[in-house]
Design a protein around this ligand. Structure first.
Ligand SMILES: [Zn+2]
Length: 67
C-alpha cells in the first residue's frame, strides 16, 4: 500500500485549502474602527495550504504544486 506524501498529520485527510495572505484594513477614527478595504498581499511567497478538515497547516514543497 502506497503512502501518500501529503496527508494531514492530525486527521489523515488528503484535501487541503489555500488561505492566501490578506488582511482587512481598518482605520481608527473618532474612537471607532472604520473598515477601509480588503487588501491582498501580492508577493512571491508560497501559497499556504491548510487541512480542509481540521485546519492543520500543511508543510509542502512548492515544486509539488500542480495546476
Ligand atoms: Zn486534518
Amino acid at each position: 500500500m502506497a503512502t501518500e506524501k501529503y496527508i494531514c498529520e492530525l486527521c489523515g485527510s488528503n484535501e487541503f485549502v489555500t488561505k492566501p495572505n490578506h488582511f482587512d484594513l481598518f482605520s481608527a477614527e473618532d474612537g471607532k474602527l472604520i473598515f477601509q478595504e480588503s487588501m491582498l498581499v501580492e508577493d512571491d511567497s508560497p501559497t499556504e495550504l491548510f487541512c480542509f478538515e481540521c485546519d492543520e497547516k500543511l508543510e509542502f514543497d512548492d515544486e509539488d504544486l500542480e495546476f
